[in-house]
Design a protein around this ligand. Structure first.
Ligand SMILES: [Zn+2]
Ligand SMILES: [Zn+2]
Length: 253
């Protein structure tokens, strides 16, 4: 199985505003690594602005775009500027403005425990139960509704590592992902679907993307975890949007 592109990679711009080296490579280094792995395309997707430790800064986007243009010329592969935005409330709010959405090529949304909530109360309502690892019925319901609302409110292309640290009901998430044409990720590091979830998602004909979530150039295109999972659970390759072909992004539709 050959991947067309790796659509979830981080560079030194994740955490840069706090001088934290969360990820190792530069945009150019990630692009070179992708080319060496035989990929046609790569996306740079830093942690969203509300991430307290590893978030990137809005003001970096312009610089990143310039670096992307240079790296495209130097490597000859296509590079997209995305972001791994954070879901920040039980109401499905995400740390993106309309202006941000205009400036980005595509949108990933994921749940990260270190993101700053939309409102102070949302910390107790939405973040804390997930930080504490609660998986009660009401937690699953709250998380599921939050993610469904996010898919309604924003043009999300991909949910990163669904279910990780934020348990959801994949019957509803799958239906809604299908309806809103949102991809679910087979993440290179963390996959939370149970065998039962996968059966549900396959029946619903949900579209997946396999990505590395690389935090260093050496890990770009390293998607074995996702491809092995797809093979093991017989996920048809036509349901993996970056397998042998280029996915459709909402911006381009
Ligand atoms: Zn993530
Ligand atoms: Zn990531």
């Amino acid at each position: 199985m050959v991947l067309y592109g790796d659509y979830h990679t981080h560079t030194i711009y994740s955490g840069k505003k706090f001088h934290i080296k969360h990820a190792k490579g530069t945009i150019l280094e990630n692009a070179f690594a992708a080319k060496q792995k035989g990929l046609k395309e790569i996306a740079i997707t830093e942690h969203g602005f509300n991430h307290r430790l590893y978030g990137t800064k809005r003001s970096y986007l312009k610089r990143m775009r310039e670096e992307i243009e240079l790296a495209k010329q130097k490597t000859g592969i296509n590079i997209l500027l995305g972001i791994e935005a954070n879901i920040i409330s039980s109401d499905g709010d995400v740390d993106l403005t309309e202006e941000d959405i205009k400036n980005l090529d595509f949108i990933i949304v994921g749940f990260h425990v270190n993101a700053r909530p939309s409102k102070f109360l949302e910390f107790f309502k939405f973040f804390l139960p997930n930080i504490l690892g609660f998986k009660r019925q009401k937690d699953i319901k709250r998380n599921t509704l939050a993610l469904m609302k996010a898919m309604d409110k924003y043009p999300i292309d991909l949910i990163s590592h669904p279910g990780v640290k934020m348990p959801v009901d994949f019957k509803y998430i799958g239906e809604h992902a299908k309806k809103t044409e949102t991809h679910l990720e087979l993440n290179g590091k963390r996959i939370a679907y149970t065998p039962k979830d996968v059966e549900i998602l396959k029946k619903l004909n949900v579209k997946f993307m396999i990505n590395s979530d690389a935090h260093s150039p050496a890990r770009v295109g390293e998607c074995n975890k996702g491809t092995n999972f797809a093979i093991r659970y017989n996920i048809p390759s036509e349901n993996i949007s970056n397998m042998g072909k280029r996915p459709k992004f909402k911006k381009e539709m």
